[in-house]
Design a protein around this ligand. Structure first.
Ligand SMILES: [Ca+2]
Ligand SMILES: [Ca+2]
Ligand SMILES: [Ca+2]
Ligand SMILES: [Ca+2]
Length: 320
């Protein structure tokens, strides 16, 4: 089973992430606390903070408090490894790092998560609409400084949506702060608007509905690149480049007694229609196919024979 470090805030986690250089902070809330505790310096601190805030670029949206809920096991069904793993209340994200994903001997940095995993618990009255969203999207300051994560600038005017891997409304099930914190580039990948607002959004709604019907489901989703090598990028000038996926996968798991049932989907990143109802059946895939394309390993907690059996076949139909 994966053992991911727990932390209180994304900032704290960023400081712990081993591949990164030392982070001297960057949490505005910490600076604010400091200022209010030292009265003689308060005026000076306030002025300084004002100057700092005025000179901050437009990407300075900050996280809200990220309090992890121990009732959730977002990575219960994998993947069994992660790059730069950060836990959020509503999901766990693994940002792609400075590694060589396609094994060609040179480092590649995608600017997006390799996977995002989350548990969705069913609700008797699911939310239909969440609160307002931050603009611009949040970045991780340490990862941004190391040019591993983009900020919102890379997406702006790129022609692509900031596609949520864990949907805003699904995150909102855990509250307003969880909803807010879902607007992080660690939970985003460039998506065509027709794809994001179309078949991808429809599957998100279906997935939330399955959680309500079956009590809980687990989701793992992320990008797929042909030959594990991105061919399209966004990000101009000095902006951090962000790879545009060729396809997206989503694996949905539900528990039935001691076993599990799985629906695995693989969608080409295209306009697959803009009207409901969508036909998701042609995109059902085997977990094996997704593991081959991504190099990730899912469902590692199952006994070997069962893992093999479940992963080898695509489901014949969606759940009712
Ligand atoms: Ca990687
Ligand atoms: Ca990489
Ligand atoms: Ca490479
Ligand atoms: Ca597996």
């Amino acid at each position: 089973m994966p053992t991911y470090a727990h932390q209180d805030t994304p900032c704290a986690q960023a400081r712990k992430s081993p591949p990164l250089k030392g982070d001297e902070g960057g949490c505005a809330s910490a600076a604010t606390r400091y200022a209010s505790n030292y009265a003689p310096f308060q005026h000076f601190a306030y002025l300084s903070l004002t100057i700092i805030c005025l000179s901050l670029p437009a990407h300075a949206t900050d996280y809200k408090p990220n309090v992890l809920d121990p009732r959730y096991a977002h990575t219960k069904y994998g993947p069994s490894r992660g790059d730069l793993v950060q836990e959020f209340e509503a999901f766990t994200a693994s940002m792609d790092g400075n590694d060589d994903d396609n094994g060609d001997g040179s480092v590649d940095v995608w600017g997006i998560p390799e996977w995002v995993a989350y548990e969705i618990k069913g609700l008797p009255i699911p939310p239909r609409k969440g609160p307002g969203r931050p603009s611009p999207w949040i970045t991780d300051k340490a990862l941004y400084r190391d040019r591993v994560a983009p900020n919102d600038d890379s997406y702006r005017n790129s022609g692509y949506d900031r596609g949520h891997m864990c949907q805003k409304l699904i995150a909102f099930r855990l509250g307003e702060d969880a909803d807010w914190n879902s607007h992080t580039v660690l939970n985003a990948a460039p998506q065509l608007h027709e794809f994001n607002d179309g078949i991808w959004g429809d599957l998100e709604d279906l997935t939330a509905g399955w959680a309500d019907e079956f009590g809980q489901v687990w989701v793992i989703c992320g990008p797929v690149f042909d030959n594990k090598k991105p061919s399209k990028w966004i990000g101009d000038g000095n902006e951090v480049r962000v790879a545009v996926p060729d396809a997206f996968f989503k694996i949905v798991i539900r528990e039935r007694g001691k076993s599990i049932e799985v629906l695995a989907f693989l969608y080409p990143h295209e306009n697959l229609g803009t009207r409901r109802p969508y036909n998701h059946r042609p995109y059902l895939a085997s977990v094996d196919a997704i593991e081959t394309k991504t190099g990730l390993d899912f469902l590692g907690r199952l006994p070997g024979a069962e893992e093999k059996r479940i992963e080898s076949k695509a489901a014949a139909a969606l759940w009712p």
